[in-house]
Ligand binder design. Structure first.
Ligand SMILES: Cc1cc2nc3c(=O)[nH]c(=O)nc-3n(C[C@H](O)[C@H](O)[C@H](O)COP(=O)(O)O)c2cc1C
Length: 361
């Protein structure tokens, strides 16, 4: 299924090495601002160009809006936007046609879709498909802004290196800190060590993974659609569509399993005219509904599967063992580029929930 959402309906199209990748959105309320410059800024955060630690694939990712937009606002019809694929090199993938890369989608995709599927560059399983998610998330921000809802994602760890997140920092501070280095971590000292971790993995023909943290603030109380669409479910559903995401946790997450109720429960207080909690082990969600406290969640990103070292595979035509060396251009660490993607996906999921719950007039 290439689409998601009930009221703010997002569908992605294209393939890694086809002519374009992009997105359609249905359900943007007519009159919602569509800020082309803002979308371009977010697309540029996703681009590898200028990042010394990323893939050498060089593309402009210049936004083209095809429909649904008039005078800087949504006209209420289907919104369609794309960017062109400009730096396509099929040859390394043609050589891999019968020999799946370990850790990538090649094997199950080849079995499921047969030889006609265009899996060059990863096909629809490529990180390039996330262009459409970033466009959708930025459009969704125009739905969230009037509600005062903001979303920030940042790198929490890469390999064995953890960022220290300044206690009590607001989202604007975290955003500014993460924007100050190439790995998008809110800790300049850890960022240097993370960069070195990525560089050394690349030098060794290898890759590393990490953890992205996402926070949403300014939320009304009661966002979410129990029973089957609690906030955790719809966010996790969308995050797992992002290639290379392998786990998610909210608030105390897996750590909650080792806590006692007396530690885990977040005490309620009346503060400045509203109910809040003095801790946030719940990650801002109780009973699938937002509590008004920030949503805090983390996603785990696996190490990039396409590495330069020789790897064991099997030729699907002859069934003979083969040692492959993956060519093509690859990120030695996906985490820094996936930060804006996770942030964007969170934004359009929250916009959908806000529309479903009647929080948007
Ligand atoms: C922004 C982004 C960039 C990515 N770049 C690469 C890459 O350069 N090489 C690669 O092998 N995988 C890359 N991936 C991950 C693969 O697309 C993904 O691992 C693959 O489709 C298999 O899916 P799975 O890891 O979710 O099981 C990237 C993912 C994202 C989100």
């Amino acid at each position: 299924m290439m689409r998601i959402g009930e009221r703010f309906r997002v569908a992605v199209f294209g393939t890694s090495h086809g002519p374009e990748v992009g997105v359609t959105i249905e359900g943007i309320p007519a009159g919602t601002p569509i800020d082309i410059d803002r979308i371009q800024v977010e697309l540029d955060r996703r681009r590898p160009v200028g990042r010394r630690l990323a893939t050498k694939r060089q593309e402009e990712d210049r936004l083209v809006i095809d429909s649904g937009h008039s005078g800087g606002r949504s006209d209420g019809s289907l919104f369609r936007a794309h960017v062109a694929n400009e730096d396509v090199r099929r040859e390394p993938y043609d050589r891999l046609a019968d020999t799946p890369r370990p850790g990538h989608a090649d094997y199950p995709a080849r079995v499921r879709y047969g030889p006609t599927a265009d899996l060059s560059g990863g096909g629809i399983f490529s990180g390039r498909m996330t262009v459409g998610l970033v466009i959708a998330g930025t459009v969704a921000r125009s739905v969230l802004d009037p509600l005062g809802i903001d979303v920030v994602a940042f790198t929490r760890s890469i390999g064995q290196v953890d960022a220290t997140v300044p206690e009590g920092a607001d989202l604007a501070t975290l955003r500014a800190l993460a924007a100050s280095n190439e790995v998008a971590a809110p800790d300049p000292v850890a960022a240097k060590a993370m960069e070195e971790t990525v560089r050394s993995a690349r030098r060794e023909g290898d890759s590393v993974g990490g953890v992205i943290e996402v926070r949403a603030d300014g939320l009304p109380v009661g966002l979410g659609e129990p029973f089957f669409d609690p906030v955790e479910s719809v966010l996790a559903h969308a995050w797992f569509a992002v290639p290379a995401i392998k786990a998610v946790e909210f608030g105390a997450g897996f750590g909650a399993a080792r806590m006692r109720g007396s530690d885990h429960n977040d005490p309620f207080v009346w503060d400045a005219g509203r109910v809040r909690t003095t801790s946030n082990h719940a990650g801002g969600i109780l009973g699938g509904l937002t509590t008004g406290m920030p949503i805090i969640a983390r996603v785990s990103v696996k190490p990039t599967s396409s590495i330069a070292r020789p790897q064991q595979s099997v030729n699907l035509a002859t069934h003979a063992p083969e040692t492959i060396v993956v060519a093509g251009r690859h990120d030695p660490c996906i985490v820094p580029r996936a930060v804006v993607v996770i942030e964007s996906v969170t934004a359009f999921v929250l916009a959908d929930l806000a529309l479903r719950g009647g929080f948007v007039p």
